[in-house]
Design a binder for this molecule. Sequence first.
Ligand code: COA
Length: 375
Amino acid sequence: MSATTPVISATGLYTPPESISNAELVTSFNTYVERFNAAYAAEIAAGTVAELQPSSVEFIEKASGIKARHVISKAPILDPEIMAPRWAERPNEEISVLAEIGVKAAEDALARAGRAAADVDAVLCAASNMQRAYPAMAIEIQQELGIEGFGFDMNVACSSATFGIQTAADYVRAGHARSVLVVSPEVCSGHLNWRDRDSHFIFGDVATAVLVEAEDLAPRPHWEIVGTRLKTVFSNNIRNNFGFLNRATPDTAGAADKLFVQEGRKVFKEVVPMVATMIVEEAQRLGLEPAALRRLWLHQANQGMNRLISQRVLGHEASEDESPTVLDTYGNTSSAGSIIAFHLNSADLAPGDTGLICSFGAGYSAGTVFVRKVG
Ligand code: COA
């Protein structure tokens, strides 16, 4: 038992109660397309406006594996006149949306670890989108839970949670903290362009929390963090230009590049080999046989990507037991995806089993967290 060996004591999950099926999504999208094409019929006939094409349930499921996604604000997203989430702006005295769902996930993790919030030393809010510039979401979550110490926000897009886990693990290794909450409230419905046929089906909302602690403090069973590795390689293929230097002006209001945009095919082609190689090299560095990994909890963006990556790591097509999918009901939840997969599919593993939590996405960014169950 070591005071500086980091482990995962517990994870927590908050799933918004409302969900949108592909059929509901496509009905709304196609109503928008019909109305748009009717409204611009003359311009379309004159060739000055491009006719919009309908979406389809079959395409979405075949191209991505997504069947539904949870969202916080369903009705406005499905309203063809709005097609975006809407919530009333809250006064400063009220908790913000991101902090609210982050706290729920954190409370779940703390309860599972049997840990009082007062025993936690730090909160990292690691997510793709922050609700505001400051004060940090992490500090608001810290305040709400009654945690002393410190907190800060970090954003590494889809790899925010794994980068957060390594950061937390490093605090434990260095003796700067003994109990760290990594909270990932991912309200991806807010950065998604629900009018873009190529990507309108991709994302969902969720919040996860990971409690990283010193081994001598942790409850049992827990997960020893055997090794972590982070990687970033600049790419414009997944991008969101929203920021404080381009606040809505007549030029920028509603501009599609202030939301999520991607070259999906390029992402697929470039990220699969990068991540598969990274996993295999890191496993070897840690003295682990990739094919002997009991389970892969991969980033949940696309079923085809996960099939190819797990095949290259395990040497055969992974079963659902070896590489579980949550993408079908959650959609892509950015950095939370691999944590949801771990949270929902790890209790059955035996002491001594090793597995991998792995993220990849915009940046590009990728993170591996190899874990071993300790009973
Ligand atoms: N409904 C019906 N057809 C559609 C459609 C929709 N919603 N969207 C696109 N299509 C059509 C296209 O028009 C195209 O038609 P064409 O072949 O006649 O030109 C065809 O389907 C293929 O489009 P494409 O965009 O190349 O699809 P794809 O098979 O690459 O799948 C993604 C798209 C986004 C699902 C896939 O590329 C992907 O998941 N990439 C990785 C994404 C990722 O991990 N991103 C990280 C985000 S964090």
